[in-house]
Design a protein around this ligand. Structure first.
Ligand SMILES: C[S@@+](CC[C@H](N)C(=O)[O-])C[C@H]1O[C@@H](n2cnc3c(N)ncnc32)[C@H](O)[C@@H]1O
Length: 258
């Protein structure tokens, strides 16, 4: 990811810190599913030091704190407003890029990251996770696969040739990056979660409210001409179901051991 692209993504998340919690339905569900998977993968694991990498407003950190109340919890997010929200409610949070963490080697027993790695280079993320994890430490992450926003891509397909979503990774290259970094005992679960919206404006507004609107090559629906917007809405309408306009998330959950 280029530096300007990273700045754009960080700025979008910083702006979204105020609207994030009201819109983060998928994000909370994925955190709960990741915690369930982590529990199932090793029920006896009692981490003393935990890192939430890419903490957002701190929902995951709060789940971890209630699961392991006596653990010391640290959090990091590269968007200052997100880190501040977590710091004010939940845990010591610093402004940091999870590709280059400001923590000493072997500082944590659990490295956790939910719906953040899709914005990063997984090679750097895993190398840093392995560096800060103690031997036998656990890693738990969720990310998004290429099926994410399939409906949006399909609707855009007849309209222009810009990239409108991130280049989401398949689980196999992600697993290969994890193993190359030195992680073992990988377990991967993949499931589709579909949310429904009354109309396209509400759908895109929800994406923006969590800060994930710095998608693709930066061309926004807000910058579209009227004709293109109408064509996009009509193409999306063709995918309407009884529940509303669908937005699918191809959720990948991964646990591993250092
Ligand atoms: C979709 S939110 C998820 C937040 C939180 N984990 C949750 O589940 O609610 C993604 C978060 O990752 C952060 N982020 C993205 N790339 C990052 C990076 N390279 N380093 C640190 N934080 C990053 C964003 O600022 C944002 O707060």
């Amino acid at each position: 990811m280029s530096l300007p692209e990273k700045h754009r993504i960080r700025a979008a998340f910083s702006r979204a810190a105020v609207s994030y919690d009201a819109a983060a339905v998928l994000q909370r569900e994925v955190c709960r599913q990741l915690l369930d998977m982590l529990r199932a993968s090793n029920a006896r694991h009692m981490p003393a030091d935990i890192l939430d990498a890419g903490c957002g407003t701190g929902y995951g950190a709060r789940l971890l704190a209630s699961e392991w109340p006596s653990a010391r919890l640290a959090a990091a997010d590269f968007a200052a407003a997100m880190a501040q929200k977590t710091a004010s409610t939940t845990a010591a949070a610093c402004v940091a890029d999870i590709e280059s963490l400001p923590f000493r080697n072997q500082a944590f027993d659990l490295w956790w990251s939910s719906l953040t790695v899709q914005w990063c280079d997984p090679r750097y993320v895993f190398a840093e996770a392995v560096r800060v994890l103690r031997p036998q430490g656990r890693l738990a992450l969720s990310t998004l696969g290429p099926g994410t926003y399939a409906e949006l891509r399909q609707a855009f397909a007849g309209i222009d040739h810009h990239r409108h979503t991130l280049d989401f990774s398949e689980p196999a290259p992600l697993a290969a990056a994890a193993e190359t970094a030195g992680l073992a005992q990988l377990q991967i679960v993949r499931r589709t979660i579909t949310l429904h919206y009354p109309d396209l404006k509400t759908l895109l507004g929800a994406v923006k409210a969590i800060g994930a609107n710095a998608l693709g090559d930066g061309r926004r629906s807000g910058m579209m001409g009227k004709a293109a917007w109408q064509a996009l809405s009509a193409a999306y309408e063709a995918q309407r179901t009884a529940d509303g306009l669908p937005a699918s998330y191809d959720v990948i959950l991964l646990t591993a051991r250092a």
